[in-house]
Write a protein that binds this ligand. Structure first.
Ligand code: FE2
Length: 273
């Protein structure tokens, strides 16, 4: 089974890269399932219903969120009628929407997807380890589902690695998002879970985390805000991870990074050629 996970879409240029390139990738590589983090897709902050639909129409099966989930207030409402949009699982009880859900992939596989937030250098939320464990206990890999994808939206690489190791063998993929720079540690952990500390972003890398450089530089050097953060407008690099999943076990058989367009050195999923 072929799974593609793309990192955080940042602004208009990130959306343009996804809508222009994803349909071709789905076709060329016969992708069975696609997950994309969309928490920065609306001007860098949150997501709108229209943008969410555009990303789904381009070929995403699930769109995940993070600390910017509610920056566009309409997300609090439309998430209730959009089961393919996930917000962090470990938000307080009563938060609109859902943090985990079961989907059917194009090959018929049942895929459990979770969006979970870390707590190191981030908001104080419920324990992500316990939250993930509850979902896996209720829907174990190889029993109630055929693949498990965990988008762990977190700042600290240590916490991301800890989640990867803690759930090694119980998920098909644990991938980090939020830091917007792809890490070079894609691998299959000893227990069979594919792992990458950060998927990177679908955004313009001639930027500070996808934002136009001017305002971040101003704030770092003078501590005086001059304006708003605006997404950088240059061509985006599509960035993420490809996982070939063994259909018997639900664990990873092969893993590779993907980077297309923009400023980063390209990487195509050779595992599927
Ligand atoms: Fe984030």
């Amino acid at each position: 089974m072929r799974l593609l996970f793309l990192g955080d879409i940042v602004g208009r240029t990130g959306r343009a890269a996804v809508t222009a390139r994803l349909p071709g990738l789905v076709e060329r590589y016969r992708l069975d399932f696609v997950v994309i983090n969309g928490e920065n897709s609306a001007g860098g902050f949150g997501i709108t219903e229209e943008i969410c639909q555009d990303v789904l129409d381009a070929g995403a099966d699930v769109v995940t969120l993070g600390n910017h989930s509610w920056d566009q207030r309409e997300a609090l409402v439309f998430i209730e009628r959009q089961p393919r949009l996930l917000r962090p699982l470990n938000y307080p009880p009563g938060t609109p929407g859902r943090g985990a859900n079961l989907y059917v992939a194009r090959n018929g596989a049942r895929v459990l997807v979770m969006n979970v937030m870390g707590r190191v250098f981030m908001d104080a939320l419920d324990d992500p380890f316990a939250a993930i464990a509850r979902e896996l206990d209720a829907c174990p890999l190889g029993e109630q589902c055929d693949a498990v994808v965990i988008d762990f939206h977190a700042e600290a690489t240590s916490e991301k690695q800890a989640v990867g190791h803690f759930f090694d063998g119980r998920a098909s993929l644990v991938v980090g998002t939020h830091t917007h720079v792809p890490t070079a540690d894609w691998m299959i952990l000893p227990g069979g879970t594919a792992y990458m500390s950060d998927a990177g972003m679908c955004g313009d890398y001639d930027s500070v985390l996808g934002m136009d450089k001017e305002e971040p530089l101003q704030r770092f050097t003078t501590k005086i805000p001059r304006g708003r953060f605006e997404p950088a407008g240059g061509e985006a690099t599509l960035s993420g991870i490809c996982v070939d999943i063994d259909e018997m076990t639900g664990l990873a058989a092969a893993v590779a990074p993907i980077r297309i367009g923009g400023r980063l050195a390209p990487a195509l999923p050779a595992i599927w050629d």
